[in-house]
Design a protein around this ligand. Sequence first.
Ligand code: KG4
Ligand code: ZN
Length: 330
Amino acid sequence: MLVLGVDTSCDETSAAVLSDGRTILSSIVASQAIHAQFGGVVPEYASRAHMQLIVPVVRQALEAAGVEYGQIDAIAVTNRPGLVGCLLVGVSFAKALAYSLDVAIVGVDHIEGHVFAARLAEPDIRLPAVCLIASGGHTELIRVDAWGEYEALGRTRDDAAGEAFDKVGKMLGMTYPAGPEIERKARGGDPTAFAFPRAMMRRGNPDFSFSGLKTAVRYKLDDMGALPEGDELRDFLASFQAAVVDALVIKTMWAVEDSGVPTVTLGGGVAANAALRERLVEDAARLGVSVVIPPRELCTDNGAIIAAVGDALLARGQRDGLALGVSASR
Ligand code: KG4
Ligand code: ZN
């Protein structure tokens, strides 16, 4: 069973070929450089870039997998949540290709895709699990009882964790997306040098909030007058990163303890962050639960996680017709 997975929900045009729901034959991700100068994704530019990239990216994914169009059994495409104009490019492309190849098409929830990174990384992962999804648009705690059976435990009340990285990076003159650059420049810094707030840290409240942290960073920068540089910048970024990681991991581990699940996992672009990954491993060990940390390339947006969800949906008999729509929300 060969599934082509396509994702155009935000600013990455991605396609992958997945065999039998497990083996990634290829995964191509084209990041759109156009947004760097704007400090965030400009939806109209993103849609136009998807239009230019979708055909070559899919062609490259097939070539890298050594697969002909005619060998594809089904197409899985992200149809929610995301930027509507962007989703429309992927979904319209997938519909046309599915029609011409006469194969099934299934619409996939992008967030469920991030959850499936854990299954691709560790097919025998022990469920139920608590899964932390931290991306540029979403920050959620999800209980995974079975593949396709989820319970929402908590979510951000305002900014997503990745958005906090991107906005703080913008204040410091970094280009979008700032997460990887902040991680790099924070390396070796003192995470206790600056006292940044961890919001809503009350047990029993599984929601997150990052807008206060963003404001605290803004005020601190105003106080400092000039932008920090050198060691001071390193400490500043390490302290900011620690505030995000603390909030994410402490709340995740509370959810793990309170629900008594044997496994914790994570996904979404921020899950590529080494400080977050290491801290989750440490805290899971302390609690004696097993932890699944998907490889970085499965955490950030990619077509393979979408194909994996599609494969599971198809196995359950799900099919979407050419009337498949898109939605900005879930
Ligand atoms: O999941 P993703 O690729 O796209 C969305 O669905 O949003 O996540 C992108 C987000 C961006 O905010 C980016 O800054 C953040 O993930 N990110 C990181 C790292 N790599 C990507 N944040 C912190 N550390 C990283 N290494
Ligand atoms: Zn994502």
